[in-house]
Design a protein around this ligand. Structure first.
Ligand SMILES: Nc1ncnc2c1ncn2[C@@H]1O[C@H](COP(=O)(O)OP(=O)(O)O)[C@@H](O)[C@H]1O
Ligand SMILES: [Mg+2]
Length: 225
């Protein structure tokens, strides 16, 4: 174990909607290269939590520190920059853009993160090789299988080497065998890059492969086991 500061440190996070307190002073610390699985019943606020951590939603209270810097209070322009450069997302529904080919879909994240094109292409080639999609840059993403789509989405998320990877039910649309392969890639690549991972899943087999498991209940995270 290291005594270094956690890479992600969330304290007192609150998010409420009219008549509904979703997150109620939630705390969470995640080390570099650590994978934390979050389980919880439908509607408990798992997606709300990821949206807040990913700076897609503004919490009503609390702090979100990434490598020591508080991100929750940044003005919108800097939030967008921090999101693009330091945070990667993988969603259940893949969210690839059908009007762009596979290679362009992966490069999207490089553009918003301000990574020079030659560097981005090099990193893209390396990532596509690791997920078994070498040479498929010109493929039409509409023709890909679910597992292939999620591997493309993973390359897009990891291209900027994000400090934090957020995954919301990333294997929810995949058959069990494909899910296991995609999950293995998410864990291996993120750990190797030192990205911290917060992985929301309903699947106990997925959660079992994380370093730590938490349950979101009553607006807070509780250790499982
Ligand atoms: N924009 C919103 N306005 C009002 N209520 C919302 C909004 N987004 C989510 N909620 C509510 O917040 C709760 C948590 O939602 P969500 O984070 O999507 O849960 P989970 O991902 O755990 O299923 C749910 O009761 C949901 O209906
Ligand atoms: Mg959800």
């Amino acid at each position: 174990m290291t005594t270094a500061e956690p890479r992600l440190e969330v304290a007192g996070l609150a998010r409420r909607y009219p008549g509904l307190e979703v997150l109620r002073g939630l705390d969470l610390a995640v080390a570099a290269a650590e994978v934390v699985a979050v389980r919880g019943q439908s509607g408990t606020g798992k997606s709300t939590l990821l949206h807040c951590l990913g700076l897609l939603d503004r919490p009503d209270g609390g702090t979100i520190r990434l490598d020591g810097a508080e991100l929750g209070a940044l003005p919108e322009s800097l939030r967008a920059q921090a999101r693009a450069r330091r945070i990667g997302f993988v969603f259940q529904a893949f969210h690839l853009l059908p009007e762009f080919d596979l290679g362009e879909n992966v490069l999207m994240s490089a553009r918003t993160a301000g990574i020079p094109l030659d560097q981005a292409r090099e990193r893209r080639s390396a990532l596509l090789a690791e997920v078994g999609l070498s040479g498929r840059e010109r493929a039409d993403v509409r023709t890909l299988s679910g597992g292939e789509r999620q591997r493309v989405a993973l390359c897009r998320a990891l291209l900027p080497r994000p400090a934090l990877l957020l995954a919301d039910e990333p294997t929810g649309n995949l058959d069990p065998a494909t899910a296991a392969v995609v999950l293995g890639l998410i864990l291996d690549l993120a750990r190797r890059d030192g990205s911290s991972v917060v992985l929301v899943t309903h699947d106990p087999a997925v959660a079992a492969r994380a370093d730590r498991r938490m349950e979101l209940r009553d607006g807070r995270l509780w250790p499982l086991e």
